[in-house]
Design a protein around this ligand. Structure first.
Ligand SMILES: CC(C)(COP(=O)(O)OP(=O)(O)OC[C@H]1O[C@@H](n2cnc3c(N)ncnc32)[C@H](O)[C@@H]1OP(=O)(O)O)[C@@H](O)C(=O)NCCC(=O)NCCS
Length: 148
């Protein structure tokens, strides 16, 4: 089945159920409230989807943080579709959109132990801009990319 890439055009809060389904499959030990507590409050969310045969198989969710910064919050691809460039394509589209919308930077945080995601970010032009421990004490790398 071909994979179709689409920007979600509705209110992201209306996508809570399918997004939760994806997050549970994509992230080990996902806590539903992590998504649900914030989903309805994101400023200008931008949601890109990878869809196969009508079902959501990958996503990339970002939102506005200030004048010029798009913050890339959450993303992932179902295990059975990994290694086929799906996350790359979602990121490419997210960044093209962001540049077209006038954002000058994208920023993201990635757990320091998540090599696949750090490599993916670096391949797409992110540069490491910091390192910190998150609220759970997990080490995270902060990455930033100039757009356009
Ligand atoms: C990280 C993740 C999104 C990558 O998705 P994917 O569709 O398999 O990635 P792609 O096929 O587009 O790979 C693009 C690049 O990412 C890097 N990459 C992806 N998976 C990798 C792996 N297992 N090991 C090393 N590098 C990897 C590579 O640089 C790759 O480019 P290459 O194939 O030319 O070497 C996916 O593994 C995932 O959903 N992980 C769990 C969720 C997660 O960690 N999300 C990030 C935190 S929000």
């Amino acid at each position: 089945m071909p994979i179709i890439y689409e920007r979600f055009e509705g209110a992201v809060a209306d996508a809570a159920a399918p997004l939760l389904h994806l997050c549970r499959a994509v992230f080990p030990d996902f806590t539903d409230s992590y998504l649900l507590d914030r989903l309805g409050r994101l400023e200008e969310p931008l949601l890109w989807l990878a869809i196969e045969d009508g079902s959501w198989k990958g996503f990339k969710l970002s939102y506005r943080r200030g004048d010029a910064l798009l913050y890339s919050w959450l993303g992932g691809v179902m295990p059975e579709l990994r290694g086929q460039g799906v996350a790359s394509e979602l990121m490419r589209r997210q960044h093209a959109d962001a540049a077209a919308l006038g954002y000058r930077f994208a920023e993201t945080r990635t757990r320091a132990a998540n090599n696949p995601m750090i490599l993916l970010n670096l391949r797409h032009g992110f540069q490491i801009s910091g390192f910190e421990n998150d609220t759970n004490g997990m080490p995270v790398v902060i990455l930033r990319k100039p757009l356009g």
